[in-house]
Every structure is written in structure tokens, then in C-alpha cells.
Design a protein around this ligand. Structure first.
Ligand SMILES: NC(=O)c1ccc[n+]([C@@H]2O[C@H](COP(=O)([O-])OP(=O)(O)OC[C@H]3O[C@@H](n4cnc5c(N)ncnc54)[C@H](OP(=O)(O)O)[C@@H]3O)[C@@H](O)[C@H]2O)c1
Length: 163
């Protein structure tokens, strides 16, 4: 099973502030949807709380040490290993790690593919994505977008494959 991550980060790898996304970029949300739709997604408890609801059209797996009351469709598991094993058991070919900082940090060594949206700004982030070491990753694809009336920052979609 291919393990992919998808994230939007600023120029210092900042990804969150006060348990929220630091920006509103509709095209990035659309990109996230187009890449992950139909695929299982694994997230930490705080990211699930930040989203506030399961994302439709995807198997939602939440990792927490707590017994939480979650919507019926959401799978709650106590570790990353348990989450990956559960998804693999469903016969899925690709799983997406969707955050947040704790889950990205723990899974970085086992990721095969990164979908990174580079947001061309620096925000006052309190949560960060790990360093992407150029020695480990090949840039496979990128697409740049400029500021427009709906997007306060320029941004670039990038896809990296592990070397
Ligand atoms: N820019 C982006 O693309 C993006 C994407 C996703 C999230 N974010 C941002 O990231 C921030 C949230 O990230 P975060 O690092 O604070 O939290 P997180 O990774 O979403 O969730 C952390 C929680 O997950 C559970 N957890 C983590 N590791 C575990 C383990 N090994 N075993 C069992 N449970 C484990 C724990 O839940 P319990 O405490 O319940 O045990 C922990 O408190 C928010 O600001 C969000 O907006 C940004």
C-alpha cells in the first residue's frame, strides 16, 4: 500500500495556528479534494476536531489515545500502526496522511509520496511540517498559481516521490 501525505505549508513549513489552517485558499481545498476523494484518510484527533466533521467520500480514520464519541462512519484507532493496518486490511492501494503536525512527524520516514502546497508567505504558525530533505525526494510535478481575488497568497502545488 502506497502511503502518501498531503499538506499546505508556508515558506517556513508552518501548517497551523490555534488548531486552524492559517489561510483560506479555495483552490487548495479543491486540490485536496480531487487528490484524496475515494481514498482513505488518516488524521490526528486535533485535525479531526479542526475539520469538525468527517470528510465525505473518503474512509476517515482518526488516531487518539482517548475513547472519543465520533460520528458512526469514522474509524477511531489508538495508534498510527493500527490505523495503517486497518486500511491495508481493507485492500486499499493508497492511503493519505492528512495531518496534523504530530502525525506528519511520526509518518515522515514511511511516506512514499508528498503532495505539498507551498503557500508563498510566512504566517505565525504554531504547528509545522517536518523538513523535506532534498536528498530523499524527487520533485515529480509542480504547478504555480498567482494571487487573485479569491487567493490572498500565491501558491505552488508540488508532488514529490521518494528516491
Ligand atoms: N496545512 C495543512 O495542510 C494542515 C493539515 C492538517 C492539519 N493542519 C493543522 O495542524 C494542526 C493540528 O496538528 P497537531 O500536531 O496539533 O495535532 P494532530 O497531529 O492533528 O493530532 C494530535 C493528536 O493525535 C493523537 N495522536 C498523535 N500521535 C498519536 C499516537 N502515536 N498514538 C495515539 N494518538 C496519537 C493524540 O490525540 P489524543 O490527545 O486524543 O490522544 C494527539 O493529541 C491544526 O492547526 C491544523 O489546522 C494543517
Amino acid at each position: 500500500m502506497k502511503i502518501s501525505a498531503i499538506v499546505a505549508m508556508d515558506s517556513q513549513n508552518g501548517i497551523g495556528v490555534n488548531n486552524q489552517l492559517p489561510w483560506h485558499l479555495p483552490n487548495d481545498l479543491q486540490f485536496f479534494k480531487s487528490v484524496t476523494i475515494g481514498k482513505p484518510i488518516i488524521m490526528g484527533r486535533k485535525t479531526f476536531e479542526s475539520l469538525g466533521r468527517p470528510l465525505p467520500g473518503r474512509l476517515n480514520v482518526v488516531i487518539s489515545s482517548q475513547q472519543l464519541a465520533l460520528p458512526e462512519s469514522v474509524i477511531l484507532l489508538p495508534s498510527i500502526d493500527a490505523a495503517l493496518a486497518y486500511v491495508a486490511q481493507q485492500g486499499k492501494e493508497e492511503v493519505f496522511i492528512i495531518g496534523g503536525g504530530q502525525i506528519f512527524a511520526a509518518t515522515m520516514p514511511i511516506l512514499d509520496t508528498l503532495y505539498i502546497t507551498e503557500v508563498h508567505t510566512t504566517v505565525a504558525a504554531d504547528i509545522f511540517f517536518p523538513i523535506i530533505d532534498a536528498a530523499d525526494w524527487n520533485l515529480d510535478w509542480q504547478e504555480a498559481h498567482t494571487i487573485d481575488e479569491k487567493h490572498a497568497f500565491a501558491y505552488t502545488f508540488k508532488k514529490y516521490l521518494r528516491k
